[in-house]
Design a protein around this ligand. Structure first.
Ligand code: 4AD
Ligand code: MG
Length: 457
């Protein structure tokens, strides 16, 4: 199958396509929304954006041209327009090309009470207009990078022959054992499926059977957690990528995670250069270079026990205790990544009681073959492990935790029929996006955030 360069529609040219291979003096037809307007007596400018890239295209209305400055004055900020004109090298600063307007049609007018009329708004205000915020530069850049990141993720696994498995949204068990579940019932509150069911917290349990058949698999989809965490890094609905590999140990899992984070970062940096420069300049100064540099060095690896010792010797006074057995809090995770390692770090071999039932018990009897990947600014972005492949050990662990066996019968059966050492991890998609862009609040990394007490739109 041969593919010519695809255009989005024969009846308009996207601004990105237009500026990719500009031809001087060609007549062009563009569509978009007016971002800015400047009108003086002799000349007027409308800056138009269609979302295809960060930069606006400038329409120029010389008083002497076929369309005068009055035509521009009649078009409001925010209006949807369709315009034709001649593409010419720009005389002004800030853009290489501009369009001398020949016709402008207002497709959708935009009155004065348009909320984005004034120039700069805070992120909190913009959350209250989630239907309009995609028209701002910051959000446009964010969701373009989000799109590129998703594509890079699929490309990474597809290139390596991993099978994408569409695990269900409605789950019959609590995969993480954390109890942060949303229950699914019909409108009368009845169990529709005959057994209690929930929105999934992770696709992992459902994807493991596929790793036992296809060897290398992954899920990529939305997950739901009813954690009442009011932080900038927790959402009740978020997306997760969960690869699962058979015939593999924790080392293999970390090697995969490291390649994965590095490659998707590099691909996004390359594909979204214009947007990344924007984040680097306006959202988190220097984020581009810092992430590029640290991600391209080998990631540090240390055990939980070493992490606890290091925190103890740090001389820092943390809010939470750092004795063996205490969970690593975000302040500890950030210190390890930001100050100690100055880059991404895998922490491994956590105490059994801090982690989920399915993780492989180590010979010391008190830790499991788990790993979290911690990065500067955020702390944990990946959680993973080698899984317990030994039926008797897993059986005992369920008992020890007092867990009901019924929902897991099939999961246990996998350990009887051709069980292999295997493992995987989950990357929080929004957290990865925040890491790349410097966007500080998870609410601003997802089109319509769902957090405790908030689900408008
Ligand atoms: O560490 P978690 O809970 O691991 C799992 O769910 C495993 N089943 C993954 C696996 O081994 N297949 O979650 C994985 C990642 C976290 O590191 C974090 O980045 C993200 O998911 N995450 C959240 N992101 C946003 N909001 C929340 N409430 C999140 N909870 C977890
Ligand atoms: Mg975790």
């Amino acid at each position: 199958m041969s593919r010519t360069s695809p255009t989005r529609s024969p009846r308009r040219t996207s601004i990105a396509d237009l500026l990719k291979s500009p031809t001087a003096d060609s007549t062009v037809e563009i569509t978009g929304w007016v971002r800015n307007k400047r009108v003086s007596k002799n000349i007027a400018f409308l800056e138009v954006n269609d979302g295809s890239r960060l930069a606006n295209l400038q329409l120029v209305f010389p008083a002497a041209g076929p369309l005068g400055t009055e035509a521009a004055a009649a078009v409001d900020k925010g209006a949807a327009i369709r315009a034709t004109g001649k593409l010419v090298a720009s005389k002004g600063k800030g853009q290489a090309w501009e369009v001398l307007a020949e016709s402008v049609k207002v497709v959708g007018a935009c009155p004065d009470d348009y909320p984005l009329q004034t120039k700069r708004h805070g992120m909190e205000y913009l959350r209250t207009v989630a239907h309009l915020r995609p028209r701002t530069r910051t959000f446009q850049a964010t969701f373009r990078v989000r799109n590129a990141l998703a594509a890079a993720i699929h490309r990474f696994y597809q290139d390596r022959g991993f099978l994408w498995v569409h695990t269900p949204i409605i789950a019959a068990s609590d995969a993480e054992g954390g109890g942060d579940l949303f229950k699914v019932t019909d409108l009368k509150g009845q169990d529709f499926f005959g057994t209690p069911s929930f929105l999934t917290v992770s696709g992992q349990l459902n994807v493991e059977p596929f790793a036992s058949a296809y060897t290398d698999v992954y899920t990529f989809g939305p997950t739901f957690r009813a954690e009442n965490s009011h932080t900038a890094r927790h959402a009740a609905e978020f997306w997760m990528i969960e690869p699962e590999i058979a015939f593999a140990d924790l080392e293999d899992v970390m090697d995969l995670a490291e390649d994965f984070v590095r490659e998707i970062t590099n691909e996004v940096h390359e594909r979204c250069a214009e947007d990344m420069e924007f984040f680097d300049k306006w959202v988190e100064k220097g984020v581009l270079g810092r992430v590029a540099e640290t991600v391209n060095k080998p990631f540090a690896r240390m055990t939980y026990t070493e992490a606890i010792e290091t925190l103890g010797k740090s001389g820092k006074s943390f809010e939470h205790p750092t004795s063996w057995g205490d969970p690593l809090q975000t302040e500890h995770e950030r210190w390890l990544a930001e100050e100690f390692v100055k880059g991404p770090v895998f922490v491994t071999d956590y105490p059994t009681d801090q982690k989920a039932f399915y993780m492989r018990l180590s010979d010391d009897g008190r830790t499991v073959a788990a790993t979290d990947l911690l990065v500067p600014r955020l702390g944990e972005i990946i959680g993973g492990s080698q899984r317990e492949e030994r039926l008797d050990v897993l059986d005992k662990e369920l008992d020890r935790r007092g867990m009901e066996r019924a929902p897991y019968w099939w999961y246990l059966e996998l350990r009887r029929f051709g069980s292999t050492p295997h493992g995987g991890f989950g990357l929080g998609f929004e957290r990865m996006l925040m890491y790349l862009t410097g966007v500080a609040n998870i609410r601003d990394s997802i089109p319509y955030p769902r957090t405790p007490g908030q689900a408008g739109f």
